[in-house]
Design a protein around this ligand. Structure first.
Ligand SMILES: C[S@@+](CC[C@H](N)C(=O)[O-])C[C@H]1O[C@@H](n2cnc3c(N)ncnc32)[C@H](O)[C@@H]1O
Length: 257
């Protein structure tokens, strides 16, 4: 009986405590310390994630190993050593490790809103023999990607990031990213598919595929869902965004005529 009451009180959350104490506290903090002071969702979420990081603690083995699984998928989708690679929401740099080893030096770039995650990720890479100057990372405070101005990326990757972003931030990011894409470049990202837009636990979003497609197309990308992504939860989808390849001189001349 007691267990049934607890289960009812817990609902779809991990614990009763989180549902009735943790979550309301996060909402109040966000509203009063951030929104009412003109500070953004990104500032709130970045600070919150920073607060969870123990910089001294090594990454759990199973967690770090997922980086290899993601890399296998990225490889399958033709990441070449000469490609310039952007890891959007790079977190603890677990995917960076195999990607940096695969790429020509200096072609990996990561961005994230959590300075502490990046700092711990750097330690993780160092402990695996990769020095700080072998790659580039940026802590960002918005989705405008000004830090990357002048760069062009062949392959952009965002694992479990878009599902933590509100719609307006996704649209800003897509529009900022489009001019940073090399001809023929691709952007692979996962998102949660829902019949309607849904927000849960404050930081998780579900979006209809038709909305995601529209935002991507309006930003100037081709959009498709990749069917080979094995979705662990039943609602995550892997999207591939494309930009047209460079036109050959002959094709350009034909167009001018
Ligand atoms: C679930 S973690 C995944 C990290 C990494 N992609 C991986 O697979 O290990 C989500 C990451 O996205 C970052 N993030 C969330 N919103 C972001 C945004 N608007 N821009 C950049 N990074 C963001 C978070 O700080 C966090 O590190």
């Amino acid at each position: 009986m007691k267990e049934r009451v607890l289960q009812w009180l817990r609902g779809s959350h991990n614990s009763v405590r989180f549902r009735f104490l943790g979550l309301p506290k996060y909402w109040l903090t966000y509203l009063f310390q951030y929104r009412l002071r003109g500070r953004s969702w990104i500032e709130f979420y970045g600070d919150r994630l920073d607060g969870f990081v123990d910089i001294e603690k090594p990454l759990p083995e199973g967690y770090a190993a997922r980086g290899e699984v993601f890399f296998a998928y990225i490889r399958k989708h033709d990441l070449e050593p000469h490609h310039r690679f952007l890891d959007y929401g790079c977190g603890f740099l677990r995917t960076a490790l195999p990607v940096i080893r695969h790429l020509t030096e200096g072609r990996y770039v990561g961005v994230d809103i959590s300075a502490q995650r990046i700092a711990r990720g750097r330690r993780y890479l160092r402990s695996n023999g990769i020095e700080d100057d072998a790659y580039e990372v940026h802590v960002v405070e918005d989705c405008k990607l000004r830090e990357l101005e002048g760069q062009r990326f062949d392959f952009v990757w965002a694992m479990s990031v878009i599902n933590h972003m509100p719609e307006e931030d996704i649209q800003i990011m897509l529009r900022a990213l489009r001019p940073l894409m090399a001809p023929g470049g691709r952007f692979l990202f996962v998102f949660n598919e829902g019949e309607t837009t849904r927000r849960w636990r404050m930081k998780d979003w579900w979006y209809p595929v038709s909305d995601v497609r529209r935002w991507c197309e309006e930003a100037g990308f081709g959009f498709e869902i990749l069917p080979d992504y094995e979705e662990p939860e039943g609602y995550t989808r892997m999207a591939q965004l494309t930009v047209p390849p460079a036109q050959s001189n002959a094709a350009k001349t034909a167009l001018i005529r």
